[in-house]
Each structure stands twice: as C-alpha cells, then as structure tokens.
Design a protein around this ligand. Sequence first.
Ligand code: HEM
Ligand code: NAG
Ligand code: NAG
Ligand code: NAG
Ligand code: NAG
Length: 344
Amino acid sequence: MASITPLSLLSPSSRFFFHFLFNSVVILLISCNLRSANAVGLSYDFYNKSCPNVERIIHNVASQKLAEAPVTAAGALRIFFHDCFVEGCDASVLIASSKSNKAEKDSEINLSLPGDGFDVFFRAKRAVELQCPGVVSCADVMAIATRDLVNLVGGPRWEVQKGRRDGLVSKASRVPGNLPQANQTIPQLISLFKFKGLSVLEMVALSGGHTIGFSHCREFMPRIYGYNKSFDIDPTMNQDFALSLRGPCPKRNLDPTVVALNDVTTPFIFDNAYYRNLQKGLGLLTTDQMLGLDPLTRPYVNIMAKDQQIFFDYFVKAMIKMSELGVKTGTDGEIRQDCGFFND
Ligand code: HEM
Ligand SMILES: *[C@@H]1O[C@H](CO)[C@@H](O)[C@H](O)[C@H]1NC(C)=O
Ligand SMILES: *[C@@H]1O[C@H](CO)[C@@H](O)[C@H](O)[C@H]1NC(C)=O
Ligand SMILES: *[C@@H]1O[C@H](CO)[C@@H](O)[C@H](O)[C@H]1NC(C)=O
Ligand SMILES: CC(=O)N[C@H]1CO[C@H](CO)[C@@H](O)[C@@H]1O
C-alpha cells in the first residue's frame, strides 16, 4: 500500500488533482470489489485459538469419505465451484429447500450434483462441531475439505485462508445465469468468468477440474447423434471416442442416470491429462473441446498440457481466488450449526 499524503499539506491545485485522483481510485476499488475476490477479514490463523485442530479434523473426514466413495472428490469440487459462483462462497448451496423456499441446490442445473459431495461437507462439519461447537463456518469447511480432496486424488495442495461466514440466502431462482453450461460458447463463458472476476487464463486453469468426475449423457448427446446437417458426429471429436459413448448413451431408451468419464484417460487422478485429451479430440463436453480449439483459450490449454506443474500453479492461484469470491466476513451472515439449515 502506498502511503497517503494528508490533504492539508497539498497546495489547492494539487489538492484538487489529488481529490480527483483519490475519488477515481475509490471508484476503481469499489468496482473491483463488486467483481472480484473480497478477501478482507480472512486469515490463515483464524481458528488458531478457537479451533486449533480444524484442518486435521476435516482432513480425516475427507480421506475417510474418499476411501468409501472415490467419486467424492469430483462431486465436492463441483459443488464448491457452484457455491462460489452463486451468492459467493458462503455454503448457500448446502441449504435444503423448505415449504416456502426452493433452495439453490434444487435449481434444475443442480439436480445432478452428487450426494457424496454433499455428504463429505455435512460429515466434516459435524466432526468439527463435536470439538468446537458454533465456531467454524460451513463455508470454511467446504473450502478446506475441497482443498484436501483435490490433493488426496493427486492434485496440488494450498493453504486456505479462513474466516468465511455462512450466507442467509439460498434461492434456486438465483442460479440461472450464474453457472456455465455445456452448450454455451467460449465468448459466453469468458464473459461469465470475467463477471465473477476471473480471467481467461483462470477460466482455463479452473476447467482443469474436469480431470476428474463424470457427466450425464444428456450433456454431450448432441455431439454424438445428429450433430448438424453435414456431420452425424461432431467432427471436432475423436470419432472412436464418440462411437464408444453411443453404447452407454443410446439414442432410444436412454437411462438418465448413466454418466461418462470427464477425463477418459486418467479418470480418478487429478493431473493435466484433461488438457492433453483436448489436443486429441477427447474432450467430453462441447465446452471442453472448444477450450482446446478457440484461439482465445487454446494457447493456455497447450501450456497446461505440456507441463503439469504449470497447470498446478495456475490452478492453485485461480482456486484461491475462486474460493474467496463474495465471501462474507466479520458480522455478515452467521456460523450455521447444521450446514443444511439456516440457524432458525
Ligand atoms: C468452464 C465452464 C464449465 C462448464 C460448462 C461445466 C459444465 C459441467 C457439466 C455439464 C458437468 C456434468 C454435470 C453432470 O452431468 O452431472 C460438469 C461436471 C463437473 N465439473 Fe464442470 N463446468 C465448468 C467449469 C468447472 C469448474 C471451474 C470446475 C471446478 C474447478 C468444475 C468442476 C466439475 C467437476 C469436478 C465435475 C464432475 C462432477 C461429478 O463427477 O460429480 N467445472 N461440469
Ligand atoms: C497458527 O497455527 C499455525 C499452525 O499450527 C502456525 O503455523 C501459525 O504460526 C499460527 N499462527 C499464529 C498467529 O499463532
Ligand atoms: C443448454 O443446456 C441446458 C441444460 O442442459 C438447457 O436447459 C438449454 O435449453 C440449452 N440451451 C440451448 C440453447 O440449447
Ligand atoms: C457442422 O459443424 C462443423 C464443425 O463445427 C462446421 O464446420 C460445419 O460448418 C457445420 N455444418 C453445418 C451445415 O452447419
Ligand atoms: C445430491 C442432492 O442433494 N441433490 C438434490 C437435488 O435435487 C433433488 C430434487 O429436488 C434432490 O432430491 C437431491 O437431493
């Protein structure tokens, strides 16, 4: 931070200039705040006194849950991403719907969010409550557990700043427009991420989250049947790969619960294979494949494909930024007792 000269020490003309400058800096800061991470109030040692074992408790639950259900890592990562993009990282995605409120998690786009991902957050919070009741927010539990799960399946590790508070709003109606969809264009995705304060590079790095997990057939069906007038199968897709997907995802009598691997080469390992797949037409979703083809994103895909450490470095920076989007701190929000419900 630059030091600020007291206004009284400046001549009238420079005072005017300074005032002008100062005002525009303030405006700039305000507009940045609206669009990007607001990490004021977060710190690494937030629970040092009030819950010194918080990280260990969460890590134990995460690794136990992962051993029971390997799909947990992908589920949790996606849920965390959805939480941060809707109302900020405030655990609003964990709230259950009530008679009078259709909650965020029951928005149509969220219907496929997997149960094991939710379960790990609820279990971790319950374990934390046994040792430090009423102290640690569900939002911090989500940030820490997601970090641990990514790391446990081979991804990088990073330190999580803590002090998030849990949100008081969770509405399905606030979801549309705030989450990307597999049928959007690259310019649409770029503008959504930009609106959240994330750059094109950060968007490409975060998309590396698709190095694990699954997608339901309906998300890529238009690519493998009747793609367009000239091509039955999307020509940007490896044709053998496309044909192999027709088995589990038949045109008729499709089982809506069937899923395909996001990363067909190393599906359960958090690595940079996702980007190498894109170079070979092995991206599952249209949006995945377009990242590897569009001139705005392809250079970043190539960098990540070439060097896993570079992918990890960018992923960590972008995850930290994403995990601080729109956080509530200080006296905002609350520390929820049960992550699924607001405190009365
Ligand atoms: C760039 C725009 C993105 C689009 C269009 C997109 C779209 C999707 C879609 C359609 C699915 C399949 C959902 C289903 O059928 O159940 C999916 C799964 C997934 N997404 Fe994304 N996503 C994007 C970005 C991200 C980001 C930034 C992350 C996290 C950093 C992420 C993490 C995941 C994970 C881990 C899964 C697998 C979930 C599971 O196995 O349960 N995605 N995504
Ligand atoms: C908080 O705890 C961590 C981990 O035990 C330690 O590295 C750090 O120095 C502590 N910070 C303060 C301010 O006590
Ligand atoms: C895009 O996909 C969503 C979810 O599958 C669907 O509801 C929507 O109608 C699709 N939009 C277009 C333009 O195809
Ligand atoms: C079909 O899709 C391909 C690849 O996206 C494109 O090059 C071609 O122009 C499309 N054809 C028609 C008739 O839309
Ligand atoms: C996994 C999860 O909790 N998803 C929810 C999505 O919405 C459906 C329908 O409302 C719920 O049954 C699921 O529990």
